[in-house]
Design a protein. Structure first.
Ligand code: GLU
Length: 417
């Protein structure tokens, strides 16, 4: 029987694993395993044919001890209350690992956006923004893009919020287009931190990323940018996939050309002379580096037993189940966790918010330099925790760092003796 995994249970198990190595009261840990509140709402919007449709949407505000809630909004048919709760928890720990002054949040609408026209998506997004308006704000909760959302949706949410509040408040949301107050480098930021995480990990392991074989599962914003930047660092991207399947070329693919092919045709398959492979074949390919960049639970315990990569850098949120982690630790595979590796997105969201607050905008090279500093410092902090404490893997080490920061902020607020 295949393993059925609820992402919120996976998340709680990860926190429990790390809590064993942290000096904090049980009550505090329980608090750090559950969101402070969850908005569940039904959004009714008009279809182009004049009919009305109602869909389910959520916003989970996980933890505000270190600053405003922060995290994306995804549009996907698999969105559930528990998925959004898990994703909001991962955001809280992610912000703490890279030490950006935010708590965690996440939202989602349970739809397949490809079923709707652009004007339908605009009406739906504005309807969600109206529901969110009382609970978001520059100092309260700051949404951002996630799966199947991007600058367009962020611009609509900003405009709805500013119109209703009769003000200008670009920092209410990040991931906006540049002319709407977005930041240089934000679109590439998630993939950039994945590439930096791969570079730092290979250095730490005394291995060369130059010439290393790389497979990337998922070719959206995170996966395609990570592939291109790893290629720039000398990695040899031999296989990539998306929901329609994968492609493999042992001599190496041109990640940017594959992206263009996907933009034109809607899928990576059919690119050049590359051989067709399944997602499962990609995930079990004998490569130096595997980058899961799609959705949760891509690798479960059964599949993990067949993983042949030496290093996994998680670009997606929650791509490995806890059973997969157990198997991979046992097999000596190094897993670089999502809450660190993909934190470039929220880090440059933080830069965007700072720029919005100051009304002073940075160059792309400044953004990328500050991002590199934050990611390399966070990596060193994780390695210190991994080598200095008796923890089993880098994920646990990252949680130990993050839990320490959140618990300190909570304690310093005087909330508990
Ligand atoms: N959705 C992204 C993530 O999962 C970015 C969140 C943000 O920028 O707030 O990290």
């Amino acid at each position: 029987m295949t393993e059925q995994t609820n992402p919120f249970e996976s998340f709680q198990e990860q926190v429990d694993d790390a809590a064993a190595s942290v000096d904090a009261k049980d009550g505090v840990i329980t608090r750090l395993k559950n969101p402070e509140r969850v908005l569940e709402t039904n959004l009714t919007f008009e279809r182009d044919d004049g009919s009305l449709e109602t869909v389910r949407a959520y916003r989970s505000q996980f933890n505000g001890d270190r600053g405003p809630y922060k995290g994306g909004i995804r549009y996907h048919p698999g969105v559930t209350r528990d998925e959004v709760k898990a994703l909001s928890g991962w955001m809280a720990y992610k912000c703490a690992v890279v030490d950006v002054p935010y708590g965690g949040g996440k939202g989602g609408i349970a739809i397949d956006p490809s079923d709707y026209s652009e004007s339908e998506l605009e009406r739906l997004t504005r309807s969600f923004a109206k529901e969110l308006r009382p609970i978001i704000g520059e100092d309260r909760d700051i949404p951002a893009p996630d799966v199947n959302t991007g600058q367009r949706e962020m611009n609509w949410i900003k405009d709805t919020y500013e119109t209703l509040e009769n003000t200008t408040a670009p920092g209410v949301i990040t991931g906006k287009a540049i002319d709407s107050g977005g930041s240089e480098g934000r679109v590439e930021a998630t993939g950039r931190s994945v590439a930096l995480a791969a570079r730092e990990t290979f250095d730490w392991l005394d291995r060369d990323l130059a010439g290393a074989s790389v497979a990337v599962q998922g070719y959206g914003n995170a996966g395609s940018v990570a592939a291109a930047l790893i290629d720039e660092l000398g990695g040899n991207v031999v296989a990539v996939s998306d929901s329609s399947g994968g492609i493999h070329a042992p001599e190496g693919l041109d990640p940017r050309a594959v992206k263009e092919h996907k933009t034109e045709t809607g899928a990576v398959s059919g690119y050049g002379d590359a051989a067709s492979i399944t997602n499962e074949e990609l995930l079990t390919m004998d490569v130096d580096l595997l980058v899961p960049a799609a959705l949760e639970n891509a690798i479960n315990g059964d599949l993990a037993a067949d993983v042949a990569a030496d290093v996994i850098v998680e670009a997606a949120n929650g791509p490995l189940t806890p059973r997969a982690d157990d198997v991979l630790v046992e097999n000596g595979v190094h897993v670089v966790p999502d809450i660190f590796a993909n934190a470039g997105g929220v880090t440059v969201s933080y830069f965007e918010w700072v720029q919005n607050r100051q009304r002073f905008y940075w160059t792309e090279s400044r953004v990328n330099e500050e991002l590199e500093r934050i990611i390399t410092e966070a990596f060193d902090g994780i390695i210190d925790a991994y080598e200095g404490r008796d923890v089993r893997d880098l994920r646990t080490a990252a949680y130990v760092v993050a839990i320490g920061r959140i618990v300190d902020a909570y304690g310093q607020a005087g909330s508990w003796p």
